[in-house]
Design a protein around this ligand. Structure first.
Ligand code: ZN
Length: 133
């Protein structure tokens, strides 16, 4: 397993991106809107992981709620492996509570989230990229 990305809730994706570009050498950045999660995303591709900047697209976005309650900061970490169904299964068997079922997120990846109350206060995403074609 490895860290697929670290997601940070921000008020404005462009200004956050400028901050990160001031401190990191980033070759590749991908911008995306994910209507299902109601967020605008900037993906900063690092060598072996990514930083995901999340700006809410609407007031009822989960990111809006997070920003109101806690301000900008780390929103979740995402773990990836080869068999997400197996990972979810193991977690459920060990009593972990999930936020929603396994679903399709950005880039056609399968995603789901473990509730922070189940995991030491950290919202944790499981994700898996579709097979490369
Ligand atoms: Zn994520």
């Amino acid at each position: 397993m490895r860290v697929d990305h670290i997601a940070i809730a921000v008020n404005n994706v462009e200004s956050a991106l400028t901050n990160y570009q001031n401190i990191l050498k980033i070759d590749k950045i991908e911008m995306e809107e994910v209507p299902t999660e109601k967020v605008r995303v900037a993906m900063l591709m690092l060598e072996d992981t990514r930083i995901e900047l999340l700006e809410p697209m609407s007031e009822d976005s989960p990111i809006s709620k997070f920003l109101k309650q806690r301000g900008e900061g780390i929103h979740h970490i995402a773990i990836t492996a080869d068999n997400i169904e197996e990972d979810v299964d193991r977690a459920v068997k060990n009593g972990m509570k999930f936020l929603g079922d396994l679903r399709t997120g950005s880039y056609g990846r399968k995603i789901t989230f473990i509730h922070p109350k189940s995991l030491n206060g950290v919202l944790t995403e499981f994700c898996q990229a579709p097979p490369q074609g």
